[in-house]
Design a protein around this ligand. Structure first.
Ligand code: MN
Length: 351
C-alpha cells in the first residue's frame, strides 16, 4: 500500500504523508508544499515535479506514524466532480432493469462516455459514515410520492482520477495529454438511493439520489505507479469519432473487490471498462470546458461480464436487496503488489 494522503496526529496540524504499508511517512520536512492540509498545491505542479516528488517521498526518512495513530482527511479539495457511466456491462444491466422492453443501451452510449456533474462539496474521505438519505419516493401502490428515508440505498464501485494541472477555458484537452494533467487515482463509492433516483431522474439525470454523499479513498495513487498496469481496453464497436479515439492503451489492470459486513460479495477488474480515463477527460473538455486542480472524474460503476463481478447491489441481487442501517461496505483495489487506498463506510440511520 502506497500513495499520498493528508493526515494529522493528536494536536498537530494536518500535513501530507506517504503511505508505506501500515505506516505514514511525514513528508512535511520536504518543503512548505508538504506542510499543507491538501494535495492541491503539489498536484498543480505537473508531471516533472510529480516525478521528483515521488522519488523523494518513497525514500524519505521522515518521522513515521502508525496508521492507527493518524487521523486521515480528505486528501484534496475537490473542485468539480463528474461521474461517468463507462462500463458496458453496468449500463446494459441497468438498462434491462429500468427499460425491460427496450434496447438496454440508449443510442448515444457507444458514441460518447455518458456522464453527469455531481456534487463536489459532499465528497468525503473513507471512514465517514453515510447517513441514510430522505427523499421523494414514488411507491408502486400510490399515485403520489412521499418524503421518507430511502429504502433502496446502494453502493457503486468506481475508480476515479484527479486532475492536477488545470487547462484554459475554450481549449479541449486531447486524450493524448491525459498524463500531463492527471495526478493520480482513487477508489470511489458513489452511494446511490435507487428509489429517489428512479423517481427524480427523468429527464435531466441523477440529482438528490446521489448528491447526499460520495466517498473516496484517503490515499491517492500517483499515475506513475500504475504505468506497469496499463493494458489495451476492450474493442470499441462502432469505432468512435476521431477526437475520442486515442487513449485506448490506458485501461488499468486493477483487481477490485466489494466487501459487505466482512464478506466479499463481488470481484471484478477495472480493465473491463469500455471507455478509458483519457477518453473521459477528452470528452469532458471537448466543448472547451476548462479543468481545475482537484477536479474528480469517476468511471461509473464497474461491472464485469461474469456473475459476481457486478459493482452495485441492485445488479448483484437483481433489484431485491439493499443496504440496512449498520451495514459496513469496504471497496478494495489491487494492482499486482500495489494496493489502492480502501473506501470504507457504514450506514447510519436516517434522522
Ligand atoms: Mn456512479
Amino acid at each position: 500500500m502506497s500513495g499520498y494522503g493528508v493526515f494529522s496526529v493528536a494536536g498537530g496540524a494536518p500535513r501530507i504523508g506517504w503511505r508505506d504499508g501500515d505506516e505514514v511517512v511525514d513528508l512535511s520536512a520536504l518543503g512548505a508544499i508538504y506542510a499543507q492540509p491538501s494535495l492541491n498545491a503539489l498536484m498543480a505542479l505537473g508531471p516533472t515535479a510529480w516525478g521528483e516528488s515521488l522519488a523523494r517521498a518513497r525514500v524519505h526518512d521522515g518521522p513515521r506514524v502508525p496508521l492507527g495513530a493518524a487521523t486521515l482527511q480528505l486528501p484534496f479539495e475537490v473542485a468539480d466532480y463528474v461521474d461517468f457511466y463507462s462500463s458496458l456491462e453496468h449500463a446494459t444491466n441497468m438498462g434491462r432493469l429500468f427499460r425491460p422492453d427496450a434496447d438496454p443501451l440508449l443510442p448515444n452510449w457507444r458514441w460518447l462516455p455518458v456522464g453527469y456533474h455531481g456534487r463536489a462539496g459532499t465528497v468525503v474521505v473513507s471512514g465517514t459514515g453515510v447517513r441514510r438519505p430522505r427523499g421523494q419516493l414514488k411507491l408502486p401502490d400510490s399515485d403520489a410520492p412521499v418524503y421518507a428515508p430511502s429504502r433502496r440505498l446502494d453502493i457503486e464501485l468506481e475508480l476515479g482520477f484527479v486532475v492536477g494541472v488545470p487547462s484554459p477555458l475554450g481549449e479541449p484537452v486531447p486524450a493524448e495529454r491525459f498524463a500531463d494533467h492527471v495526478f493520480g487515482v482513487v477508489l470511489v463509492n458513489d452511494w446511490s438511493a435507487r428509489d429517489i433516483q428512479a423517481w427524480e431522474y427523468v429527464p435531466l439525470g441523477p440529482f438528490l439520489g446521489k448528491s447526499f454523499q460520495t466517498s473516496i479513498s484517503a490515499w491517492v495513487t500517483p499515475l506513475a505507479l500504475l504505468e506497469a498496469r496499463r493494458v489495451e481496453a476492450p474493442q470499441q464497436e462502432p469505432p468512435v469519432l476521431a477526437h475520442l479515439a486515442a487513449g485506448r492503451d490506458w485501461a488499468l489492470d486493477i483487481d477490485l473487490e466489494v466487501e459487505l459486513n466482512g464478506e466479499v460479495i463481488s470481484r471484478g477488474n477495472a480493465r473491463t471498462l469500455y471507455w478509458t480515463m483519457p477518453q473521459q477527460l477528452a470528452h469532458a473538455t471537448s466543448n472547451g470546458a476548462s479543468l481545475r486542480t482537484g477536479d474528480l472524474m469517476a468511471s461509473g460503476t464497474i461491472s464485469g461480464p461474469d456473475p459476481g463481478s457486478e459493482g452495485s447491489l441492485i445488479e448483484l441481487t437483481h433489484n431485491t436487496s439493499f443496504l440496512d442501517d449498520g451495514d459496513e461496505v469496504v471497496l478494495r483495489g489491487k494492482a499486482g503488489e500495489l494496493e489502492l487506498g480502501e473506501v470504507r463506510g457504514r450506514v447510519l440511520p436516517a434522522v
